[in-house]
Design a protein around this ligand. Sequence first.
Ligand code: C2E
Ligand code: MG
Ligand code: MG
Ligand code: MG
Length: 286
Amino acid sequence: EAKRTGRGRAHEYSNELRADIETRHALFSEIGTAIDRDEFEAWMQPQVCAGTLRLAGCEVLVRWNHPTRGIVPPAIFLAAAEQAGLLRAIDMMMLSKGLDQLEDLRAAGIDLPKISVNASPATLHDPHLPERLIQEISSRHLSPQDLVVEVLESTLIESEDDMAARTIARIADAGIAVSLDDFGTGYASMSTLSQLTLSGIKLDQSLISPVPQPRAESIISALVTMSRSLGMTVVAEGIETEEQLELVAGMGCDTVQGYLIGKPMRAVDFHAWALNCHEETAGRRA
Ligand code: C2E
Ligand code: MG
Ligand code: MG
Ligand code: MG
């Protein structure tokens, strides 16, 4: 009986997997057209100060608004975009849309301090990236402090030369913050960390378990202490419960991001969320 259930599950799974491969294959061939048709949207997930819960920024996350499939999350198409050599184009589009949305939200009276964008390995290996970032900022009368570039820990390890490190240094020289994303999941050594001009780290969700775990807590607090002494800020990702919020706030994380605060949403919904958040924060403080 158990065996049959098991085999049934395996059968179901292989069908799902096949459908998934087909989906990915179909999507692969559609990415170029989708870029031309402007189907990629820049959704925004709020980040708030761990102590005050005031709006600290937002992360720009790509969503494919597919004409027949609906909203497709990045996990389904990022690898295909990378293989097609189109991930850099998507990153640049998210940068441009994100900055437009930042300007629009500010014009509408939302005090959004900055936006964070994700940089893929291909993006980080573009030698002109620093100039492109500066150009996007200055053409909008924004300032370097309005932007954070998130780089994956794995990008740094995979790059053989010190190209990525040099690009990061040039971005930092321009006054734009560079943050190490998914920290704790890769293998960045302490020496890598000390050599890079990083402004902060983002603690991966996997470090922050839904239930308190003494050993994980020790690791988080050691990472916070290390970041502090290197002059870096710490963002805790994937905060889903009040307990997690209290835990990371108590450990000295500066900023939190997660479903408890707000899910990724379109700019128009972010606008409404920010208005509501302002009232709630004011209410909590009162
Ligand atoms: P990431 O940069 O680490 O982004 C955080 C991811 O965690 C997002 O997934 C977000 O929706 C999710 N998340 C946030 N809070 C919670 C929470 O409380 N619980 C749970 N379970 N998840 C949470 P998303 O949007 O699906 O993006 C996945 C990854 O795709 C991102 O991870 C990033 O590596 C990549 N990505 C997204 N947008 C872009 C982009 O424009 N360019 C590049 N190169 N990569 C992107
Ligand atoms: Mg990120
Ligand atoms: Mg992350
Ligand atoms: Mg991630």
